[in-house]
Write a protein that binds this ligand. Structure first.
Ligand SMILES: Nc1ncnc2c1ncn2[C@@H]1O[C@H](COP(=O)(O)OP(=O)(O)OP(=O)(O)O)[C@@H](O)[C@H]1O
Ligand SMILES: [Mg+2]
Length: 382
């Protein structure tokens, strides 16, 4: 499929979006819904705001769209300042180089599919004068999202997935520099979500349009994004690639939110000059890698973080367990899951989860040795 030629006004060497110190307190409230939000989106990137319900994702997106006025901060698009609280600059939504796909799709029921798609070219920021051009361009994009055959159908007579694709087509036809998407797949069933997230990513790459995507679904965020911003209670927890978020979470919140994690509270520990942390916990002693900037010395808080796939459950007298300091534990749950086995063990007043390749060799009540190797656990300072 050939991509439609779009004129992008953002010079290639500029960040498409720069958000600096953004904060928003809704009217009548002293509390900030979002605070200290700072990030950049390079040209053509797919960036996702990820976090639990109420953490401020929609607020951030709506401030960028100009649908909400931030209390503090600055927003630049393609080098132009579109919002600056201190100088009171606030470019109107329709004059910002964006298109937004809201959660509810925003499809107009009294129009056909083609009329919906063509609407921004008739009335939007970048109007197209030639009627024939409008139709050709709209049909071209409808073709790409698989809706050309439905062009003359009333838009209400589309399935949820088709409406979602129409909303996306219409947003692309605004010819935006930046595409804003607020949980566009959230109303769809699980299978369709997975299929459409792949399609959406494909369209985004074909059109090369810079995209800011909002979701609370970590799998969606990991699968689609170049960069993910994990938000918690109105603030940024971590900005990283999907791989880095999974392998090197910086906080226990991120470790727990992305995939699953065993978080073992530290009683006392020592940060060595090499960056290794030796930590004493109720489970036992661990040597951990660290990504936090830890100054050498004593530690009294934080966590040892280990992914379930890095928690090995072995027979008590297993040679490796004996040689490498396996910790005595008791199995509390054991399940065969086809491609792997999931085992919970009780140790030191905690339950640790393990995920290993099969077969299942233990059952609840068994005494076992648990082994978490130094390279497989991480020290997190909060
Ligand atoms: N119009 C509003 N007036 C007052 N408070 C609001 C308004 N909109 C959102 N909030 C509050 O701001 C905070 C952030 O809300 P926001 O909608 O940005 O969260 P979200 O991350 O998008 O959540 P969700 O995943 O549920 O959509 C919440 O505490 C919410 O109650
Ligand atoms: Mg929201």
């Amino acid at each position: 499929m050939a991509a439609v030629a779009h004129e992008f006004t953002v010079p290639a060497d500029r960040e498409a979006v720069v958000v600096t110190d953004l904060a928003k307190a809704y009217g009548g409230s002293d509390a900030f819904a979002i605070e200290d939000i700072t990030f950049e989106v390079p040209q053509g990137q797919f960036l996702t705001l990820l976090g639990p319900s109420g953490c401020g994702k929609t607020t951030t997106l709506r401030c960028i769209a100009g649908l909400e006025r931030a209390t503090r901060g600055r927003i630049e698009m393609g080098g132009d300042v579109v919002f600056d609280a201190s100088s009171k600059r606030d470019v109107k939504t329709e004059d910002r180089p964006i298109a937004m796909v809201p959660q509810s799709y925003g499809i107009w029921p009294h129009m056909t599919v083609l009329e919906n798609a063509a609407f921004p070219m008739k009335y939007g920021r970048k109007r197209v004068k030639e009627k024939g051009d409008i139709r050709t361009r709209a049909m071209n994009v409808l073709e790409q999202v698989g809706l050309a055959d439905f062009a003359d159908r009333w838009s209400t007579r589309l399935s949820g997935g088709q409406q979602q694709r129409l909303a996306l087509a219409r947003a692309l036809l605004c010819d935006p520099d930046v595409l804003l998407l607020d949980e566009p797949l959230s109303n769809l069933d699980a299978k369709l979500r997975v299929r459409l997230r792949g399609e959406l990513r494909q369209f985004q790459q074909q059109f090369g349009v810079t995209s800011l995507y909002v979701t609370h679904d970590q799998a969606e965020a990991l699968a689609m994004s170049d960069t993910v911003i994990v938000m918690n209670q109105g603030k940024v927890e971590q900005i990283d690639s999907p791989e880095a978020l999974y392998n090197s979470p910086r906080t226990s919140f991120v470790a727990d939110f992305i995939g699953s994690a065993n978080l073992i509270p530290i009683e006392e520990g020592t940060a060595e000059a090499s960056g290794v942390v030796v930590a004493k916990t109720s489970v036992g002693q661990f040597r951990c890698e660290t990504v936090s900037t830890t100054t050498p010395g004593e530690l009294t808080s934080g966590f040892v973080c280990a992914r379930p796939e890095n928690v090995m459950v072995l027979p008590v007298h297993d040679e490796r367990a004996l040689a490498e300091g396996g910790i005595h534990a008791k199995v509390t749950a054991a399940e065969f899951l086809g491609d792997r086995v999931a085992i919970d063990v009780a140790v030191g007043g905690l339950t640790l989860s393990s995920s290993m390749p099969g077969p299942l060799r233990v059952q609840p009540g068994d005494e076992v040795a648990v082994l978490i190797r130094p390279g497989d656990c991480l020290y997190l300072d909060r």
